[in-house]
Design a protein around this ligand. Structure first.
Ligand SMILES: COc1nc(N)nc2c1ncn2[C@H]1C[C@H](O)[C@@H](COP(=O)(O)OP(=O)(O)OP(=O)(O)O)O1
Length: 196
């Protein structure tokens, strides 16, 4: 363990009174970073299902994710999350803060600070947009033939660690560092905690 840190110590860039939840890549060092850029990501969780979007373009294309993007100047995180949900899925929802994630990628000097939101209801008609194709996935055993299990093989590597917390309404905080080869991103080191 480098720098005198133990597995249960929260990583650089992560603050707060947290209880350790899980970690990986414990034998390698955290990557350095100078500054952050700010993003949101929103999920609708309803009746044992989660609404994900298949990203058709831009960063994270060909992966399923929540709906979100950059926080624009003058916006709060919540305003940005609501705007992105409307732009990318055509709906509005009473979003509540669910978690905070810090992502680093080898070769990219700015870290991504992503505030995660969730809602259990929404209004409007879920619509495919230029950026995202929305799709419902079952969070448990599939009980309907038109609903799939979560597509973890087509999501960011570390989503499998915190999505169960999001689904159950448990708040979470974490950091994940990725190695990058061409368009392939592989999780290198990660740590998740829950508020004490
Ligand atoms: C690296 O790990 C990540 N995991 C997850 N689950 N989500 C991530 C990760 N890295 C970034 N994201 C999310 C954060 C945002 O919700 C999107 C990226 O936003 P995007 O680049 O599409 O921002 P926009 O403002 O929508 O961009 P344009 O309008 O310029 O297309 O991915």
């Amino acid at each position: 363990m480098g720098g005198g840190r133990t597995q249960s110590d929260s990583p650089p860039g992560i603050d707060g009174d947290l209880n350790f939840y899980l970690s990986g890549g414990d034998d390698v060092e955290w990557m350095p970073f100078e500054t952050k850029k700010y993003y949101t990501n929103a999920f609708i969780v309803q009746e044992g299902k989660v609404l994900l979007g298949y990203k058709k373009r831009g960063f994270g294309r060909h992966k399923y994710n929540g709906f979100g993007g950059k926080v624009e100047e003058g916006e709060t995180y919540l305003q940005a999350a609501l705007r992105e949900l409307e732009e990318e899925a055509g709906i509005t929802a009473p979003l509540e803060h669910a978690g905070s994630l810090l992502f680093l990628t080898e070769g990219i000097e700015k870290a991504f600070q992503i505030e995660i939101y969730r809602a259990t209801e929404y209004s409007g008609t879920i619509s495919e947009t230029e950026e995202m194709r929305p799709e419902w996935f079952s969070l448990g055993p599939a009980d309907k033939t038109d609903i799939q299990e979560l597509p973890f093989d087509k999501m960011w590597d570390t989503d499998r660690h915190w999505l169960p917390l999001l689904a159950s309404g448990q708040k979470f905080v974490g950091r994940a560092d990725f190695k990058c080869s061409g368009e392939v991103f592989t999780a290198h080191k990660w740590w998740y905690g829950v508020p004490a």
